[in-house]
Every structure is written in C-alpha cells, then in structure tokens.
Ligand binder design. Structure first.
Ligand code: KIV
Length: 275
C-alpha cells in the first residue's frame, strides 16, 4: 500500500498538477529549502517533491537577522544555481520583501524576472487579501503562485515576534478567508507557517489545493523545513516544530579540526596525495 503512494516511484517530474493529484490520493508532499547547486542536486537525487529557494537564504546564506534585506537579484542568483542541478523536483522561488507589495505591475515584473532569469517553475508570495491583486496579475501571466499564510517572516516588524500565529479567533477567521481567496484566485498550493495544528487541518479540509505546513502539525498535505535547520548546520534556532536529522555543524567542525591538525603536523599531504 505504502509503495503505491510514493511519488518517488510514481512521477519522473513533479508539476503543480502532480501536487494536486497527490493531495487527492492522500500522499504527503515533501518540501525542503535549497539555495545552491550542490545541495539542490542531492535533494533532487533522493526524490524531494518541491525545492523552495526561500528568502530564508537571507538568514542562513547571508547571515542577516531577518529575511527583509535579500534582493531580487540575489534570489535570482540562488534560483538559477538550484535550477542548474534539478531534474525532477518542482522549484519555487520566493519573491523577496519589497518586490510585490507596492503594486501589482511591480509584482508581475518581479515574478517575470524570476521566471526568465532563474528558470524556476513557480514563485511564492507572503500574504492574503493585502496582496491578492499582485497574486491575480502574476497568475494571469501564466506564472504558478504558491501562497504563504500564518507566520510571515517578511512582516516580522509588524508582528514583533516569531510566536505562533492565529491563536485568536479573529486572526484564525482571517487566515481561513485568505486561504479561500488564494485558492479561488488560482494559487496551486499554500504554505501554512507556525499556526495551531487544528486550524491548519481545518484549512486543509476546506480548500482543494495542497497545504504545506511548517510548525502547522500533521493535518496538512505536506511539510517543509529549512535545510540548514534540519541538517543541524544552524544551531541557535530550535523551535519545537524543528526535527533535526543530523548534527552537521559538529560533523563539519570535527572534519575541519582534523584537517587543520593534519596540515600543522605535516601529515597532509602524504606520499600518495602528491604528484
Ligand atoms: O523562506 C523560507 O524558507 C520559507 C519557509 C520557511 C517556508 O518561506
């Protein structure tokens, strides 16, 4: 039964239609972030469904404290690096802060630049009603759009904190309304970040497009994590929803320490490692 429900065997290329089919069949969607050629190639080779070139690159690649500083050019650089490695996964690139909120024409130009210059398959936008004009205009140009509701890191200065969102009725009601709005506009999926599991499950039941959760419990259609967090490259960020699959930070430190020791002691290179 499980073998039949595994996209790694069923699909040679993931498209937005495949994701819709997976939701209908009840097969969970696996999504991770990647920002460079080498990592994207590894993720693609083992069958990840979606690679998100997230604006979290601002934090984990560039060392900023928020996602706000990353530019459209930088997102295109990361997106095109990922695209050169990927054969099977669907690649989604985040529209960075300040490139779509102003007006829908500017949003369309930003989305077109990402699609043309990186070769990505889709873009992601944070927000509901506030950005629906931009979402519709981008969709009308034939560009697939993934929505993003709940905790929206680009609005951190408005929220003031990264705590769980939509715990109060008003915000939960707005989130449900926004999800329906994004669905009826034509988005192909919605990321739900850091909201109560019950609310995420309710949204998932009420809309026909897939929901991808991060800190949104198990009642969603798929899961996403930031690659550097789940591999344990980053160490300071430890929210409850994060499952660490490795402690790569420690592994890398161990390898680099061994290399430094070998160089200092003149053990490296040895006879066989030279010409
Ligand atoms: O930028 C990002 O990595 C994201 C995920 C957290 C969903 O938007």
């Amino acid at each position: 039964m499980k073998a039949k429900m595994d996209s790694r065997r069923s699909y040679t290329k993931i498209t937005t239609h495949v994701l819709q089919e997976m939701k209908l069949k009840g097969e969970k969607i696996a999504m991770l972030t990647a920002y460079d050629f080498s990592m994207a190639g590894i993720l693609d080779a083992v069958g990840i469904d979606i690679i998100l070139v997230g604006d979290s690159a601002s934090n984990v690649m560039a060392g900023h404290t928020t996602t706000l500083p990353i530019t459209l050019d930088e997102m295109i650089y990361h997106g095109s690096s990922v695209m050169r490695a990927v054969k099977r996964a669907l690649v989604v690139v985040d529209l960075p802060f300040g490139t779509y909120q102003g007006n829908s024409i500017e949003a369309l130009h930003s989305a077109i630049r990402i699609m043309k210059e990186s070769g990505a398959n889709a873009i992601k936008i944070e927000g509901g009603e506030e950005v629906i004009g931009s979402v519709k205009r981008i969709l009308s140009a034939g560009i697939p759009v993934m929505g993003h509701l709940g905790l929206m890191p680009q609005s951190i200065h408005k929220f003031g904190t990264y705590v769980v969102r939509a715990t109060e009725k008003d915000e939960a009601d707005k989130l449900i309304k926004d999800a329906r709005l994004l669905e009826s506009a034509g988005c192909f999926a919605i990321v739900l970040e850091k909201i109560p599991a019950k609310l995420a499950a309710k949204v998932t039941k009420e809309i026909k497009i897939p929901t991808i959760g991060i800190g949104a419990g198990s009642g969603v259609d798929g899961q996403v994590l930031v690659l550097h967090d789940m591999l344990g490259i980053t160490t300071e960020f430890s929210p409850r929803f994060l499952r660490r699959y490795h402690n790569l930070n420690e592994e890398i430190q161990g390898s680099v320490t061994a290399y430094i020791d070998d160089v200092k002691s003149q053990d490296f290179p040895n006879e066989r490692e030279q010409y």
